[in-house]
Design a protein around this ligand. Structure first.
Ligand code: NDP
Length: 480
């Protein structure tokens, strides 16, 4: 059985403790590889390597850093099929989805930041006849990057690429639940000629490796994507150490559908925004609000289309949904479906584990689930479920729907469907959310700021925001 290795100081190495964690294929519910159960000693080795590499990497001309990162992007593209298959086996998502979204986006992340640094600029402020100020931006040092399991390589590279491009060295931890593509990336980094120690990948549990990165005194900047509870724990440890923090956390995103929308376009996209990647995308719209006049029409069409979504073998391109990432997560989702019934909800479709015959019978699958009849402020409508589960709620007017949409502790993303430009602007302006999509969903321009408000996080990733996050400004004032 393949035993994944850590990538430290340019080499693939065993964890110091020589112990491993079982890594599951969720489509089959069986162990298929082993992940290092690393600890603070492996993190310390990585910090030593990154610290030693920093003086050289941070002063390497941008054009050279860019060339190396572009080579990594090219190698990801060249290995598209291998990486997509690995991502699917590790996470349970359909291979077609990994080929279409996850892996191309991982390559784009490197491509984007490798070229962005060549076009970045800093500020100058002239004081009339007195002085001129200019701002330098310096890389910070060793950056800690911690990522989740839902879009493994996509989100891992979304952090690593800007950190490396801006001249930092990195100690990174992928989710222990989906470590495989990060491991394959370390092989590609070696092939691309990334200097040793510039990127270090330490596999293992959050409470050991993640906690050691968070608490390490020589990691002054941390970029984290994951659950709100974990984000709060990281902030609790990092804040008194005055670490720079970017926290991309959970969501409970509203999808607001007005009766003047383009119905067919909306319905097609809403199927995707509800159930793509088994609903395990932080941007999925889990609370669907429908203007009362089209509620019944929407319900009939949406339920009919959801019932047609096929679930099963992630390698079969006909299947729209694959497996849920872990047994534990499947049970959490099912417990929320039970809760929704206790709270008075009616299940319109799905509502239970899907059993797939043959070699996938032990896999973890959940039917696309639609629930109606719940109060907007019940727990099912307030807490993040992070699975193929959505609720339907009718509304009567803008004021009504904004109150419900803004009622959760979260504020990551929102979707609005209307053909009225004025209404779209007004509603977008009044939503408490870091991202608003109008008449579309998950349409991403990598230059835009990405992140949430309230308990969905602090700071923004994306575009030049990320380059600013991974650098410190220094103002130089010269008297004329
Ligand atoms: P977790 O918060 O459980 O884990 C995220 C990462 O943090 C994992 O690598 C995990 O390791 C690690 N970790 C766990 N405990 C600690 C700790 N004490 N200190 C440091 N690191 C730790 O999230 P999930 O992996 O379950 O991901 C799902 C969550 O991520 C959802 O809430 C989702 O909304 C959110 N998310 C947010 C996005 C955004 O952009 N805002 C995008 C995608 C997901 P391990 O796996 O070993 O526990």
């Amino acid at each position: 059985m393949l035993a994944i290795k850590n990538y430290i100081n340019g080499e693939l190495v065993e964890p110091i403790a020589k112990t491993y964690i079982d890594n599951y294929n969720p489509a089959k519910g069986s162990v298929y590889s082993l992940t290092p159960d690393s600890d603070e000693r492996d993190v310390q080795m990585s910090v030593n390597a990154a610290t030693a590499a920093f003086p050289s990497w941070s002063t390497t001309p941008k054009s050279e850093r860019s060339a190396i990162l572009l080579r990594i992007a090219e190698l990801i593209e060249k290995n598209l099929d291998k990486l997509a298959i690995a991502e699917s086996i590790d996470n349970g998502k359909p291979i077609w989805l990994a080929k279409m979204v996850d892996i191309p986006r991982a390559a784009s992340n490197f491509h984007f930041y490798a070229t962005a640094i060549l076009h970045d600029a800093t500020d100058t402020y002239a004081m009339e006849n007195t002085a001129i100020n200019y701002t330098l931006r310096h890389p910070i040092g060793v950056a800690g990057c911690i990522s989740p399991w839902n879009l493994p390589l996509y989100l891992f590279t979304w952090k690593i690429a800007p950190a490396l491009a801006s001249g930092n060295c990195v100690v990174a931890k992928p989710s222990e639940i989906t470590p495989m593509t990060a491991y394959l990336l370390s092989e590609l980094c070696i092939e691309a000629g990334l200097p040793k120690g510039v990127l270090n990948i330490v596999h293992g549990y959050g409470h050991k490796v993640g906690a050691a990165i968070t608490a390490h005194p020589n990691i002054p900047v941390i970029s984290f994507t994951g659950g709100t509870k974990t984000g709060a724990e990281i902030a609790r440890i990092a804040a008194p150490m005055f670490k720079k923090l970017s926290l991309e956390l959970g969501g409970k995103n509203p999808n607001i559908i007005f009766s003047d929308c383009d119905f067919d376009k909306m319905l097609k996209t809403t199927i995707n925004s509800s159930f793509s990647n088994q609903g395990e995308i932080c941007l999925c719209g889990s609370r669907i609000f429908i203007e009362r006049g089209i509620y019944e029409k929407f319900k009939t069409g949406f339920v009919a289309q959801a019932k047609q979504l096929t679930i099963g073998n992630p390698a079969d391109d006909k299947n729209r949904l694959g497996a849920i990432v872990s047994k534990q997560h499947m049970e959490k989702i099912l417990s929320y479906i039970d809760l929704s019934k206790q709270e008075g909800g009616s299940i319109l479709c799905g509502g239970k584990q899907a059993h797939i015959a043959g070699e996938f019978e032990k896999g973890w699958y959940i039917e696309p689930t639609i629930i109606e009849g719940l109060a907007y402020d019940c727990r099912t409508n307030q807490e993040e479920i992070f699975g193929p589960v959505v609720t339907l709620t009718p509304f009567d007017n803008e004021e009504d729907v904004l109150k419900m949409a803004n009622s959760t502790i979260y504020g990551l993303a929102a979707t609005v469907w209307t053909e009225s430009l004025t209404k779209a602007h007004r509603v977008a302006n009044n939503l408490h959310s870091g991202i608003v999509w109008v008449n579309c969903w998950l349409l991403r321009d990598l230059r835009t700021p990405f992140g949430g408000v309230k308990s969905s996080g602090i700071g923004r990733e994306g575009g030049f925001e990320a380059l600013r996050f991974f650098t410190e400004p220094k103002n130089v004032c010269i008297k004329l």
